[in-house]
Design a protein around this ligand. Sequence first.
Ligand SMILES: N[C@@H](CCC(=O)N[C@@H](CS)C(=O)NCC(=O)O)C(=O)O
Length: 202
Amino acid sequence: MKLLGSPTSPYARKARIALIEKNVDCEFVPDRPANPGTQVPKYNPLSKVPVLVLDNDKGMIDSSVIAEYFDGIGGGAKLIPQEFNARIAVRQWEALGDGITDAIVALTHDSRYTPTCEVSADWYQKQLKKIENGLAAAQRDIGANEFCYGNAFSLGDICIGMALGYLDRAYAQYDWRAKYPDLKRYADKLFARPSFAQTAAN
Ligand SMILES: N[C@@H](CCC(=O)N[C@@H](CS)C(=O)NCC(=O)O)C(=O)O
């Protein structure tokens, strides 16, 4: 089993953090879909990372599915609780973290690679508002807590941490730590976890 992904992709990072947290025996193979010779389209018709290459040489796509797969086959505490209401709550946190990340990607990555396509100020503000409203909601609900749901680390924390980490990487001029001090405190602990430290892109 191999996990293909770009070392800087936030969604690949989400899967890599789940892999480490669940102690799954799986090699991470750096691969960018945009690079010549990439193996990604062979395993993912959408040509996106992460993609998990299973031992039968079939691809499993999407960070959400891959994280749930690692949670099922790996050891240790569950990243996605089994109880229905808890599971839905953690999935909500996942959706919030993924949604903030989507807006950061739209604001930074997508516009950077379409230099001929003008990005309107209105469109820019719309993406920024998604990031700001998303962070404000996360800060409001996390408050002084260590984890976004309950008393244990979950997939929700992976996704909120992925979004905050990607802000640092792709949109460093945005000082989220000054605006959201509770998120700063929350992230300081999260980023110190080995799974986050080992997957921080240089
Ligand atoms: N929903 C997907 C999103 C994956 C995604 O957008 N990956 C980006 C990198 S962060 C990618 O591979 N982009 C290349 C492309 O779209 O061509 C997931 O969670 O895995």
